[in-house]
Structure formats: C-alpha cells, structure tokens
Design a protein around this ligand. Structure first.
Ligand SMILES: Nc1ncnc2c1ncn2[C@@H]1O[C@H](COP(=O)(O)OP(=O)(O)OP(=O)(O)O)[C@@H](O)[C@H]1O
Length: 428
C-alpha cells in the first residue's frame, strides 16, 4: 500500500479515530521508584505502540509459507512456538521466522510482541525486524534478522563462565539495549541468556530479543506461580496476594543474575526465596548481617562485589538503574581474571545516547504504512530492516548443557505466564 501525502494524512486521522474507538486510552505509566524518569518514551511513544498494533492488525494476511520461504532449519523452540531459519525464495535473504501457536497465543499478544519488537528495533543492540507479519491456519508469524551464532546461553561454559573481557563486551551492549528500552518506559521482564542473540562467539555483536513479556512500566500484572533463577525476590514473594506493577527494577535484578551466570557459568541460586540456602547466604551478606562473603561470590573483586550489591539490592527501591553498570567498566570484576582491565573496551564502546527521537518514530510508522506486511510486498518495496548484510551461514546446534547450568523455560497460562525452574545444581 503506497500513499500520497494527502491520502496519508487522511489515513492517519482515520487510524487515530479507530484507535480512539477500538482501544481505551492507555493508562499513564507510573514513574519508577528506582529510576529518574526520562524525557523519552512519553505519551507519544505509548500512542505509537497502539498505532503500530493497529496497522499490523489491518495488514495481517493469511499466507502459504512454502510459497515465499524455504525452511532451512529450526533455530530454537520456546514456550509458545518455534523459530525457524528460512530463506526468502525471491529475495534470497536469510531470516528468522518466529512462529507463535494460535492455540496458546491470542492475536492481541502476538500484535503486542510484534509491535514492541518493531518499535524497539532502531536500537543497534536490539534484534532487527523486517516489517513482515502474517498468519497461517496454525500460527501467527513475524520475521526477524537472523543471529548467526545463536544465543548467549550456548557459549557460556558451564561452571567456568566467559572470560571477563568477553563478558564485559557483551554486558555493555545488553546494558545499552536495556537502558534504551527503559527510556521508552518499557520493561523487558524476561532477561536471560537465551534471549540475548549473538552474531559471533566473541560477543562483538550481540542483540537483545524476545519481547513477548515486555510491558509498559507501571502496568498491573498478575502474580506468576513459578520462578526461575533470574526472577526478582519481590516477584517470588508468595505471601503477596495481589498482583504487581511492572517495574524497571525487576529487569535490573535479572541483569545482575545474568552477569553472575556469564562470569561463573553457574546460577547464584535456584530461586531468590528464603528457603534457598545460597540465596539466604547472599541476603545475610547483602544486609551486612555478616562480613563473610558467600563462597560462590569470593571470586569477585571488591569493585565487582560493589556492583553486584547495587544491581542485586534486595529492596526494589534501592536497586540501581541499569546505566550504573557503565561506571564499573574500568574496574576488574574477577580476582583471577586473565585480562580484567577493560579500559580499552570502554573507550571504544559505542555511544550510550542512541535513543531514537520522535521523528525517527514517525519515519518508522510512515514506512510501515507504506508497505504491506506480507513477504511479497517486501520484495517489491524494500523492508524496514536496517542491517541485512550477513552472508555466512551457521546452524545453531542448541546444545543443552548439563550440570549446574541449564536452560530455564517459562510455561504459558496465556495472560499470566507460569515460570518454571529447571532443577539446577549450584557448584561453588
Ligand atoms: N533471530 C534469531 N536468530 C537466531 N536464533 C534465534 C532468533 N530468534 C530466536 N532464536 C532462537 O530461538 C530461541 C527461542 O526464541 P524466543 O526466545 O524468541 O522464543 P520464545 O517462545 O519467546 O522463548 P521463551 O519461551 O524461552 O521466552 C532463542 O533462545 C534462540 O536460541
């Protein structure tokens, strides 16, 4: 669909009317208790998400996948479906198609994940999108850029961890992505290595993905009935009967656990709950009831421990913002690190202020309006993808680790997802 300017403004006001008719006005996002609110991601960015969803809904076509794509292999399986590596038959482009089973995914949830992914994709550290969404009888599907080397989980050596240099390189990019998201007043809510896609084993290029759980900060969500090691203690608190307000601080906690996993190849605990010995030990030290550093934390330097104290503050209100991690990059985090000094990394690191402006957002919406979401149309009119120059081919072996460090999966109960922890054995 290509529109001239006057048609476009008519279309826009038609859309605005529709949005007003079809959706209740979004609840204003509550200011975070832990972060300064940013001038970015205000009311305008909330409206743009509604608009993107509406456009996607209007353009969703039923397609025969085999007509447009050649399926190469399965890249991964999630709670709601699968991700396949495909090649576009006419264009020859490799893409990752995410399939969400209609049986377990509502159209609304699909549109939300697709629109949020699209909205965040201008960030260079967030997985890119092709502006393609369609459906088959069984699935809702959208297309993403293909991450050549799979996900971060596969390259963390169990019980060993990544070198500090590689971990810092990766953490830096993930922190920028997370800060970008938070500045847009969104909370990821599923930070874990499986959702960090990598393009090379040295983590020179990594991107955050999977926005299926992402919600606006301040929105109410129901309690979930399970936990994974990345789940923040306030969400594990079974004595709380009521639901929660989505808050940035839960991402910061998961980010802290992620750092521990990357640097050690272990989980710090099975769950952040009082009956977990490793967690209890950590809480005693964190609350300064003991001066003894818990055994699994003794491999970190004082500076490293200071950073973990800030990221993994038990009280939600005292947890730092994700940005604070940048102030620790010139320090060594590990005691026995082979090359802990990362000052060269810090100086060559990408600039932090890469938030998209509102004019970028307008361009995004305009480009989306001008193209159908169908693959056929993308061939003719180009895509909104910014970075498609990947040619080497790799299959993601998705080898599952055994021992202390295993993939953890969520299970679905549609609106409130259940979190399930795979049994883990923590080696210290
Ligand atoms: N663009 C991509 N390129 C390469 N591999 C990918 C891509 N997207 C996803 N994968 C692989 O597929 C796996 C599952 O993808 P994803 O996390 O998006 O699905 P999900 O159903 O939301 O999973 P979960 O239930 O664990 O959150 C990822 O962990 C990764 O290994």
């Amino acid at each position: 669909m290509s529109l001239c300017n006057s048609q476009r403004s008519n279309f826009r006001s038609h859309l605005e009317r529709n949005i007003r008719l079809q959706t209740r006005p979004p609840a204003p996002a509550r200011p975070s208790t832990t972060m300064n609110s940013s001038p970015h991601g205000s009311r305008a960015s909330i409206d743009i998400l509604e608009e993107l969803q509406l456009i996607a809904a209007q353009n969703l076509e039923k397609l025969d996948i085999n007509k447009y794509y050649e399926v190469v292999c399965e890249l991964g399986k999630g709670t709601y479906g699968k991700v396949d590596l495909v090649i576009h038959k006419i264009r020859g482009t490799k893409m990752a198609l995410k399939f969400l089973r209609k049986k377990t995914t509502k159209l609304k949830s699909f549109l939300r994940e697709y629109s949020i992914s699209l909205y965040l994709s201008p960030c260079p550290f967030i997985i890119n999108m092709y502006g393609i969404a369609f459906e088959t009888d069984e699935y809702y599907i959208f297309a993403q850029e293909y991450a050549l080397a799979g996900d971060l989980f596969d390259i963390i050596p169990p019980q060993v961890g990544l070198s500090e240099t590689v971990a810092k390189r990766c953490v830096h990019q993930v922190a920028i992505a997370l800060d970008y998201l938070h500045c847009k007043k969104l909370v990821h809510r599923d930070i874990k290595p499986e959702n960090i896609l990598i393009f090379d084993k040295e983590c020179r290029k990594v991107k955050l993905s999977d926005f299926g759980m992402t919600r606006r900060a301040g929105s109410p969500v129901k309690r979930v009935s399970g936990t994974i090691p990345y789940t923040a203690p306030e969400l594990c608190d079974t004595t709380r009967q009521e639901g929660f307000c989505v808050d940035y601080s839960t991402d910061v906690w998961a980010f802290g656990v992620l750092l521990f996993c990357m640097l050690t190849g272990n989980f710090p605990w099975e769950k952040a709950m009082p009956n977990d010995t490793f967690y209890e030990e950590f809480v005693r030290w964190q609350r300064r009831r003991t001066g003894t550093v818990p055994s699994q934390w003794r491999r970190f330097t004082d500076e490293g421990l200071r950073m973990f104290r800030r990221l993994l503050s038990i009280e939600q209100e005292r947890r730092c913002s994700v940005k604070e991690v940048f102030s620790y990059f010139n320090q060594c985090w590990m005691l026995d690190t082979e090359n802990g000094n990362s000052s060269s990394l810090a100086s060559s690191a990408p600039p932090l202020d890469i938030r998209s402006s509102s004019s970028e957002e307008d361009v995004l919406v305009d480009r989306l309006k001008q193209q159908s979401l169908s693959p056929a149309c993308v061939v003719v009119k180009g895509s909104i993808m910014m970075d498609t120059h990947y040619s080497s081919m790799s299959t993601n072996s998705s080898s599952s680790s055994t021992g202390s460090y295993e993939r953890v999966n969520r299970e679905n109960n549609e609106r409130g997802r259940i979190l399930v922890a795979t049994p883990i054995e923590i080696c210290v």
